[in-house]
Design a protein around this ligand. Structure first.
Ligand code: ATP
Ligand code: MG
Ligand code: MG
Length: 341
């Protein structure tokens, strides 16, 4: 493998491209919109996912195709896959693109999720609330991220989002953690230490390692993530978000790609999640993801960018900026990894 095709040119594609270039590989990005990755990738194609000629030329120019964005239309994936392998595989994408399919899959391999009910139309909502109870959360099945497409249902009347959804029982968790796990083409599995995640307004604010939870919990978290990766015959890096509850771990969602809560690995491990993903999809052996530092990753969201001059002068702090242009409220502009021990 010499050239890796990446669907999506955001910050994840950008950091994957950097990791690939360190290994002597190069990336061709396919992105319909603005591509922050464009300044570091070998090549960028800017074209819609409906452009069959552009898709074909892209696929023919690469050895393997991966993605940093999981909502690529099926028709585009069908065409791409007829030309080059897609890693992680189509099943991993299909399962994680749709919250209903995802939860059904997770329950099917014996893992706990929040109780959920299918809500196809507004008329299903009352039945679902009767079954799941209150408080609960209505989430669109597809396309949601950073808490978008979600409505909390409390005591009052429920607001309908207009899209096929799942209603999830509210989980009274004591903490949120995530496992970044990698599975190689040969089936070898390597996990990074679970991180403790704090969200604000539905958006990840910080990830802290070590997460401070007992080994019994972190071991269980890693075993759950491995079960998911094996169950999907997965190749690449995957993020698994979990709720910690007195009854044990509950899987919130999975992301079939490098994950924001894994950015700390850039400062805490010899081989970070981006290199690990490139190694896996390129068919190279997985690297050593052992953690050698304590790290707090903080996202720079919107006007947090104003803090960059100070952060650039803060000791033990690694600053990552995505080159996205003007900050907007709620937009991830960069992150910092603070080495705390
Ligand atoms: P991401 O950007 O991580 O993809 P998302 O939009 O897919 O986010 P979720 O991860 O489903 O959203 O939810 C965002 C956050 O909302 C969770 O990290 C958690 O803090 C809270 N949350 C989600 N579902 C539940 C639940 N069933 N019970 C309690 N809190 C929840
Ligand atoms: Mg999500
Ligand atoms: Mg999430």
């Amino acid at each position: 493998v010499r050239t890796i095709g990446i669907l999506g040119g955001g910050q994840l594609g950008r950091m994957l491209s950097v990791a690939a270039s360190r290994l002597g590989l190069r990336c061709h990005i396919y992105e319909p919109g603005a591509a922050p990755a464009g300044d570091v990738a070998w090549r960028v194609t800017t074209a819609p996912y409906e452009d069959a000629n552009a898709l074909r030329a892209f696929a023919e120019s690469v050895d393997v195709i991966t993605y940093e964005f999981e909502n690529v239309p099926t028709s585009a994936l069908d065409l791409l896959e007829s030309i080059r392998p897609i890693r992680p595989n189509r099943r991993a994408l299909a399962v994680s693109q749709d919250r209903l399919t995802e939860k059904t899959f997770l329950n099917g391999i014996g893992l706990a999720t929040a109780p959920f009910a299918d809500v196809l139309t507004e008329a299903d909502l009352d039945t679902a609330i009767a079954a799941i109870g209150r408080p609960s959360i209505l989430k669109t099945r597809r396309m949601g991220y950073d808490g978008k497409g979600q409505v909390r249902i409390g005591a009052g009347p429920a607001e309908w989002t207009g899209a096929p959804s799942v209603l999830e029982g509210f989980v009274d968790f004591s903490a949120e953690i995530s496992v970044i796990i990698a599975r190689g083409a040969d089936g070898q599995v390597a996990a990074f230490d679970p991180g403790l995640n704090v969200h604000e307004g539905g958006i990840l604010r910080t990830t802290t390692v070590p997460c401070g939870l007992p080994g019994s919990v972190t071991t269980d978290a890693v075993l759950i993530a491995a079960r998911i990766a094996n169950g999907l015959d997965y190749i690449g890096v995957m993020g698994v978000e979990l709720f910690v509850t007195p009854q044990g771990l509950i899987v919130n969602e999975i992301a079939p790609r490098v994950h924001n809560s894994g950015h700390w690995t850039q400062a805490g491990c010899a081989v970070d999640q981006f290199e690990q993903h490139i190694r896996a999809v390129a068919g190279l052996p997985l690297g050593d993801g052992k953690r050698y530092a304590d790290v707090v990753m903080e996202n720079l969201i919107g006007d947090d960018l104003d803090r960059v001059p100070d952060l650039l002068q803060t000791p033990n702090t690694q600053v990552h900026l995505y080159g996205k242009g003007a900050p907007r409220p709620g937009r991830k502009m960069g992150h910092v990894n603070r080495i705390t021990g």
